[in-house]
Design a protein around this ligand. Structure first.
Ligand code: ZN
Length: 681
């Protein structure tokens, strides 16, 4: 039967979930429950995979911008060796700037993508740089020990980097998705050479796709390379051993090879060997083979992702940022998602989508709740709470995908957000708030499960439709599709029947929270007078505003409306059942857009509902939110793995600590996982 309270959320505990706060960021810690119960062999496996997950950090920094690694080196040296007044306002502003850059893995905001403007002057930073003893600077091999030459290279570094740091017009955005502009020329992300235009890149990959003989099984073209121009010719610099990022990749491979020796089964060892082979060659055919084996390995307790994975950071949605992640199964919570997976075909058959776009056979959807053991690359410190991989459409269609929700991160978020006044401010009345208190967490988890386990895996492209045909709108449409699938089904009596939900109206909590977020509260993440850029946010705005607009009915109250009470705006839901019908209608249309590759409609939907911000409402939401004094973004400090050896150097035990301060962790990572040279290639 059902259990109305999820056990991991019962009661507060004394674990220090909340850590320091700065700028718009709240640092949290997550607890790796169950690690002590693993066997020594499994602990070693988690540890080796954790090391592999940390070794790619520099890759992400370089992908996020071509100056990031050198800026980090410059700023960290000032951070540790500044000889001036550390209590001055300037230095305090510098510390905040440094912490934000660490959090973003670069000089642009991790979410909005806009460049940070330092709250200290260029003069201050130059003086701070000069206050650092010369012996603290390192420029490998360049100038020897000659003081004057060293001073000259420090000055040259400042001259080069200061405009990047201070001039708001230089590289203002990491990723620009503004319709009608050259998205590569206007984005600071380092996935394309600075002189490569959008038209050139699109043409390059179109030719590559057309030349590929097996159109039903396309490679993830462009996934693991930078596209550059050399002597006027476009060419890919592939990220592989011996290629671009080779020194980092070799370190990752070193730890993966150790992991192979303690794999839980032969299949898992083979998966890791294929990944190593792919890292060595950069061959995307091996990558597909690796993904297929990875999807097929579901027996082991410990699992991982490691590599060039998500394409949100590339304005053209092809090139993948590096991420690393080690985890193991949470056996209790997994039962919930296994129930959903076991009925995947029922959900597919009963969805409101046109039969032509449905999968005849939903197969291979493995669903589980996992415990995060380490976050690395693009999952650190800001992390997803659910993951669905691989991303190749045909691999998903033919072999399925692995879906996970990360239970211990969700729990940390929930623990941190109790009683902070947010719901009191933005939810319209006590009855709705009570419902959210009762069912909000459970519904939220179920919605994530439905989104990840069933939503992304549902539906199919019509034969001959290019999976990239929605271009810059593809990510938003895909997220909307998965969200809508979840919204439609969270209200279905089937969930009661399956024992997953304790009350037939529990879904009201999710509907209200979702619309409140999409129409109002997610705007707290947007700076005044800016538009919505990020794919998940665009998706939530699209879904919520489309539903608001289509909720008007002749002769009766609209299903949902925006109302004013005591001078404040609120979402008011008048008819939850009618909302479900609307979500179903939009799901059907979005699936059609995806299945047919209908670029024009994707663009119209996203541009009409997903992008623009209504200034008056935005100002009001920001004002009410700021009065609560909460941080809009959260991220995680990793645990520290402590390894005990015997006299022969064999590992005898591994334990965890949760007390490393944020800045110490970042500085340690920069020192111990410095895998790329700080020079431009
Ligand atoms: Zn998603």
């Amino acid at each position: 039967m059902m259990s109305p309270v999820v056990s991991s959320q019962a009661g507060l505990d004394s674990f220090p979930y909340m850590d320091e706060r700065f700028a718009d960021l709240q640092m949290l810690r997550y607890r790796v429950d169950g690690f002590e119960q693993l066997s020594l062999r499994q602990k070693k496996l988690v540890y080796y995979l954790s090391e592999a997950a940390l070794c790619g950090r520099d890759i992400l920094w370089d992908q996020n911008g071509r100056y990031n690694l050198r800026i980090r080196r410059l700023l960290e040296t000032v951070y540790t060796d500044y000889c001036g007044d550390r209590n001055s306002a300037d230095f305090k502003a510098f510390v905040v700037y440094m912490k934000r850059i660490w959090f973003s893995n670069g000089i642009h905001h991790h979410y909005g993508g806009e460049k940070f403007q330092p709250a200290f002057s260029e003069d201050f930073l130059r003086e701070a740089v000069h206050s650092v003893p010369l012996s603290k600077w390192s420029f490998p091999g360049k100038h020897g020990r000659d003081g004057n030459a060293l001073r000259a290279s420090v000055d040259a570094l400042c001259d080069e980097l200061f405009p990047i740091i201070f001039d708001p017009s230089v590289l203002p955005k990491r990723i620009n998705l503004a319709d009608g502009e050259d998205l590569l020329q206007t984005s600071a992300a380092n996935y394309y050479g600075p002189d490569v235009t959008q038209r050139e890149a699109e043409g390059f990959y179109l030719r590559m796709k057309e030349a590929w003989p097996d159109s039903a099984h396309p490679l993830m073209f462009g996934l693991n390379s930078r596209l550059v121009k050399e002597n006027g010719l476009l060419k890919e610099k592939v990220w592989r051993s011996g290629g671009l990022y080779g020194s980092a990749i070799d370190r990752i491979v070193f730890w993966l090879e150790k992991a192979v020796t303690v794999a839980e089964n032969k299949k898992q060892a083979a998966v890791m060997e294929q990944l190593i082979e792919y890292y060595r060659t950069g061959d995307l055919r091996i990558f597909d083979a690796y993904c297929i084996s990875w999807v097929g390995e579901t027996e082991a307790l410990v699992d991982f992702t490691n590599g060039f994975t998500e394409t949100y950071g590339d304005p053209l949605g092809m090139k993948a940022s590096w991420e690393g992640f080690a985890n193991f199964k949470d056996l209790d919570a997994t039962a919930r998602t296994e129930t959903l997976s076991a009925h995947a075909q029922w959900f597919e058959d009963h969805s409101p989508v046109d039969a032509r776009f449905k999968k005849e056979r939903c197969k291979g959807i493995s669903a589980k709740v996992i415990v995060a053991a380490i976050l690395g690359g693009d999952l650190y410190p800001s992390s997803a709470i659910g993951i669905n991989l691989p991303n190749s459409d045909w691999v998903r269609a033919e072999y399925g995908s692995k879906s996970v929700t990360i239970g211990n991160l969700t729990n940390a978020y929930n623990q941190a957000s109790r009683g902070n006044g947010f719901l009191e401010e933005f939810v319209i009345d006590d009855a709705t708030r009570e419902m959210i208190h009762l069912y909000g967490n459970l519904c939220d988890q179920l919605h994530t499960d439905l989104h990840e386990c069933l939503g992304h895996g549902s539906g199919k492209l019509l034969a001959g439709v290019d999976s990239d045909s929605l271009k810059a709108y593809g990510s938003t449409i895909e997220e909307a599709r998965a969200d809508l699938f979840g919204l439609y089904y969270i209200a279905d009596p089937k969930l009661m029947e399956l024992g997953l939900i304790p009350h037939s109206q529990a879904f009201h909590a999710q509907y209200y929270s979702y619309l409140m977020n999409g129409l109002m509260t997610q705007l707290v993440r947007i700076e005044p007078h800016r538009q919505i850029e990020e794919a998940h946010m665009r998706n939530r705005a699209l879904v919520s505003r489309w539903v608001l607009e289509h909720a008007q009915r002749q002769g009766s109250l609209p299903a949902v409306e925006m109302v004013r009470r005591c001078g404040k705006s609120y979402v008011q839901v008048n008819d939850y059942a009618a909302l479900r019908t609307l979500f179903g209608k939009l799901l059907s249309e979005i699936q059609r857009v995806k299945s047919e590759g209908d670029f024009a409609t994707a663009r119209r939907l996203v541009e009409t509902y997903g992008v623009k911000v209504e200034n008056r409402l935005h100002e009001e939401v920001l004002e009410r939110y700021h009065a609560l004094d909460l941080a809009p973004y959260k991220g995680f400090i990793n645990p520290v793995y402590l390894v005990t050896h015997d006299d022969k150097g064999e590992i005898t035990d591994i334990s965890l600590r949760y007390d490393e301060p944020y800045d110490r962790q970042m500085l340690r990572y920069s020192r111990d996982y410095c895998t790329l040279p700080c020079v431009n290639d």
